[in-house]
Design a protein around this ligand. Structure first.
Ligand SMILES: Cc1cc2nc3c(=O)[nH]c(=O)nc-3n(C[C@H](O)[C@H](O)[C@H](O)COP(=O)(O)OP(=O)(O)OC[C@H]3O[C@@H](n4cnc5c(N)ncnc54)[C@H](O)[C@@H]3O)c2cc1C
Length: 384
């Protein structure tokens, strides 16, 4: 008799990467569904510190899963890019949906459950080791065996740590604060605008400050935060000080906010993405170092992981030696590589004057040109 704690596939982490892996597996190999288990440290709906911006690319990932954006969202048609006194705005209908991660992830989780796949909440992976014919996983509640494990447990991935996958890639730092606003008078709502403000680069931050419109329990808020990619090796700016300056400029007292933070791992093409019988996906594998966009990429990793797993079972070959190449050959690999290159160039720029010139150029450039650049960076779709 099969040991009841043995599964074909155990996915650690029920965020967008783990949930998308499960949904893609259910789609391409429905017979696997009852032999897949998701282990999740929290219980949905669970709290997740995030900007909540789902780009058109994320919407496309949802469409590929046969899903719609069925959670409350603030819709963005205009994206403003700011540097000091320079600003240019690019318009593209429905270019972003700003959601609450609690609701979004919970909705994906209920889709997974509707496919007959079990999610065990409150189960935190503590240890993992190869055993004969599989992997043994120890959580706070029990011991499991799996033929294949997907490490979709986020930027502080225990799976990656336990496999001794050294981190050759970097970690970006992000802080967030939610501030209530008046929906009728706040331009982010009246003009459906999201702001990416790179002025903090003058203070040594290798990233930007965001102001995104969103709704929490029906009430209008601005989801504001600061992202420091730390991708370029140069002296680091003081993240809190830069955020405090930006909030003060926006009329928000520093001591009135609740500051929350979480890291994001960025993609490094030279990194290790798999070990025999184990694949990494989403933040555990690495996402976008230019904008810290990770939701859409996490879902896209799910598609690659699922097809890799199905092929492994059909060939009974579980080394996953080709997983890295599959990622690099995929659209996801191409886009993340482009973003790594641009982030390294942009955030390495030592002179604020060069950024001012870039922004001045963009202010004068025809909108179609800026949209084309935005499309190259995966921010806009040229189709829309
Ligand atoms: C402040 C901030 C703002 C951001 N803003 C945006 C944005 O606007 N748009 C965007 O696209 N991306 C944004 N990101 C990035 C985005 O949040 C991540 O890239 C995305 O969540 C990655 O999804 P994931 O499934 O890989 O990981 P996660 O969403 O982190 O999910 C991992 C899951 O694993 C679980 N887990 C962790 N450890 C264990 C364990 N040991 N055992 C079991 N379960 C475990 C966690 O509870 C979690 O549910 C932001 C990130 C931060 C920090």
């Amino acid at each position: 008799m099969m040991n009841s704690s043995h599964y074909d596939v155990i996915i650690v982490g029920a965020g967008p990467a783990g949930l998308s892996t499960a949904l893609h597996l259910a789609h391409v190999a429905p017979s696997l569904a009852e032999r897949i288990l998701l282990l999740e440290a929290a219980t949905h709906p669970r709290r997740k510190v995030c900007g909540g911006a789902i780009t058109f690319h994320g919407a496309e990932q949802l469409r590929q899963l046969g899903l719609d954006m069925d959670v409350p969202a603030a819709v963005v048609h205009n994206v403003a890019f700011r540097f000091g006194h320079h600003e240019f705005t690019t318009e593209s209908q429905n270019t972003m949906h700003i959601i609450q991660r609690e609701a979004f992830d919970a909705s994906l989780a209920s889709e997974v459950c509707s496919k007959g796949i079990e999610i065990r909440g409150g189960e935190r992976l503590g240890d993992l080791r190869p055993v004969s014919q599989g992997i043994e996983l120890t959580t706070n509640k029990g011991v499991y065996q799996a033929s294949v494990v997907v490490g979709a447990d986020g930027s502080n991935s225990v799976v990656r740590q336990k496999l001794g996958i050294r981190s050759t890639m970097g970690v970006a730092r992000l802080l967030r604060a939610m501030t209530p606003v008046d929906e009728q008078t706040t331009p982010a709502f009246t003009h459906h605008t999201a702001v990416f403000d790179f002025t903090c680069m003058q203070q040594g931050v290798q990233g930007y400050i965001w102001d995104f419109p969103c709704f929490v329990d029906g009430q209008a808020f601005l989801n504001r935060g600061i992202f420091d990619s730390r991708i370029a090796s140069r002296p680091r700016g003081d993240l809190k000080a830069a955020f405090a300056t930006a909030l003060t400029e926006r009329g928000i007292a520093w001591d009135s906010i609740k500051l929350e933070g979480h890291p994001v791992r960025w993609f490094n093409p030279r990194s290790v993405f798999a070990r025999p019988r184990v694949l990494l996906a989403g933040d555990a594998a690495g996402v976008d170092p230019l904008f810290a966009e990770g939701i859409s990429y996490a879902m896209e990793y799910g598609a690659i992981a699922a097809s890799t797993i199905v092929e492994a079972f059909s060939q009974k070959e579980f080394t996953f030696a080709d997983y890295r190449n599959r990622i690099l050959r995929h659209d996801l690999g191409h886009m993340l590589l482009t973003k790594v290159r641009i982030a390294k160039m942009l955030y390495r720029l030592p002179f604020p004057r060069i950024c001012s010139l870039l922004w001045r150029f963009a202010e004068l450039a025809p909108p179609a040109f800026n949209r084309r650049i935005g499309a190259m960076l995966g921010v806009f779709s040229l189709k829309g």
